[in-house]
Design a protein around this ligand. Structure first.
Ligand SMILES: *Cc1c(COP(=O)(O)O)cnc(C)c1O
Length: 466
């Protein structure tokens, strides 16, 4: 019987032979070249072909070139064209080319961004990104940044710092004693807060029933007049960018109110915090820098590739305290140790793409990017209105919400749009109504893309017969 090659021998040969990397590059470049032209959704065949992946865990390792070919043939076609110009689902963002290319490079470096000693380049770039973001957003000097997978994690990091800080000030060390006999803290939050914020609260033992939910106005901003008296035991959670309407809470009133009362103010700015980079949004963002912590996503409005979230915290020590851990083998340095400001220890060096995105855009570029998304969303909304669609929100940022009728009408409209291949939008419920959500969040979206999409909207409406 022929002796099977040891797996390590096979891998070692490949480590010297760059042909699979060349092959991967070709496939990737092919994807980049075609993504703009292709249908936004996978074809029915592409979905059917996913069956090729269904198999038992193979006993023997596969041929690497074959495996890549399989991804190219059956994986690529089953993607949604999110980096093209006509994907308006969720709040997704495109990918700045230089940042995507930088991500490839750093993937090859395969750095562990845990500590300075494990990756000086990762620490240096994250340190720089921290400084740049503090400047870009106009946050207080000394604000700490942690680079995480997304806003859900960023919010969790911000809220654990807040919880521990408020309890510590009340004379209680929750990190040591747990929540068992902790003094009460209050959570004041908008009924329109994102579900990831409620998830973070539940993980942190702050529950969902004892919190004080405040009604929102017709565009989804918290009703500032209904926010109760705050105190130094309160965590006030605000939002920059409502996931339906793009609305901002009234930071000028509420951050000042929170600050005066000694409350901790957290802002979920997953996609809306980037408005702070543009003078166009100076009024709505006024005083947001009085908050204590901010979460945001570079993979949304900033158009950095996935996954790229950021927690920013005014009180560096509070963030570090909340996320600290010890181990005999952990070697902290005088430089930046990235693990100190996140939940993770080992992780990839996502600061590389964030740095590349910010460097490729520059301060002016970020402002222009944000303003462009706003302009395009307004154009989308007014084109739809011209065609007789009912736009439900004031387009104050990049989100547009429309109504196409009742649940059944919405469902058939959505399936028509989604299967058209022209563009992709998702559905939701807003103020009790079934709606269609449009998120303009890629630099790649042109006016022609919007015209094409509006045309598709009209056709689908005709076909649905309403
Ligand atoms: C997307 C989003 C989140 C969650 O962010 P992830 O990066 O998906 O974890 C939180 N809040 C708002 C307002 C969002 O739009």
């Amino acid at each position: 019987m022929e002796k099977q090659e040891h797996i390590c021998q096979k891998l070692q040969k490949e480590a010297y032979d760059t042909s699979i990397y060349e092959q991967a590059k070709e496939y990737a470049v092919d994807y980049v070249k075609n993504v703009y032209e292709r249908d936004v959704i996978p074809t029915a065949d592409a979905i059917k072909n996913l069956a090729f992946f269904e198999e038992e865990l193979p006993q023997e390792g596969a041929d690497s070139a074959q495996l890549l070919k399989m991804l190219h043939n059956y994986g690529s076609p089953a993607t949604l064209a999110q980096t093209g110009g006509r994907y308006f689902g969720f709040v997704n963002g495109g990918a700045v080319p230089a940042a995507l290319a930088a991500k490839w490079m750093s993937d090859v470096w395969d750095q562990n961004a845990v500590l300075y000693c494990a990756s000086p380049i990762a620490s240096t770039l994250e340190n720089l990104c921290e400084k740049w973001l503090v400047e870009l957003f106009g946050l207080p000097q000394g604000t700490a940044a942690g680079f995480v997978s997304g806003s859900s994690t960023a919010t969790l990091c911000g809220l654990v710092a807040a919880r521990n800080f408020l309890l510590k000030r009340a004379g209680y060390d929750v990190a040591k004693k747990g929540l068992f006999h902790a003094p009460e803290i209050r959570v004041v939050i908008s009924e329109e807060a994102h579900s990831s914020v409620f998830k973070a609260l539940s993980i942190l033992g702050l529950g969902s029933e004892r919190i004080e939910k405040i009604p929102a106005d017709e565009n989804g901003s918290i009703d500032a007049a209904k926010v109760p008296m705050l105190d130094e035991h309160t965590l006030l959670i605000l939002q920059a960018g409502n996931v339906h309407t793009g609305a901002f809470d009234d930071f000028d009133v509420l951050c000042k109110k929170g600050k005066a009362a000694g409350a901790w103010v957290h802002i979920d700015g997953a996609f809306g915090l980037w408005a702070a980079a543009s003078s166009r949004f100076e009024d709505v963002m006024k005083s947001m820098n009085l908050a204590d912590s901010w979460s945001c996503d570079a993979h949304k409005t900033l158009n950095a590739p996935y996954d790229n979230g950021i927690i920013l915290c005014r009180h560096r020590e509070a963030l570090l305290d909340a996320l600290q851990m010890e181990g005999a083998y952990i070697v902290y340095s005088e430089k930046r140790d990235n693990m100190l400001t996140t939940l993770d220890m080992s992780r990839r060096a996502r600061g590389v793409e964030l740095w590349a995105t910010l460097k490729a855009l520059g301060k002016r570029g970020v402002a222009q990017l944000v303003e462009n998304l706003h302009d395009k969303a307004q154009y989308f909304a007014s084109s739809l209105k011209e065609k007789g669609f009912e736009v439900l929100n004031e387009v104050c940022f990049n989100q547009v919400v429309i109504s196409v009728g009742d649940e059944a009408a919405q469902q058939s409209f959505l399936s028509g749009i989604q299967s058209s291949g022209v563009c992709w939008c998702g559905g939701s419920r807003w103020k009790g109504k079934p709606v269609v959500r449009i998120s303009v969040c890629s630099y790649r979206t042109t006016l022609e893309d919007i015209d094409l999409s509006v045309e598709a909207f009209v056709k689908v409406r005709e076909r649905c017969g309403n």
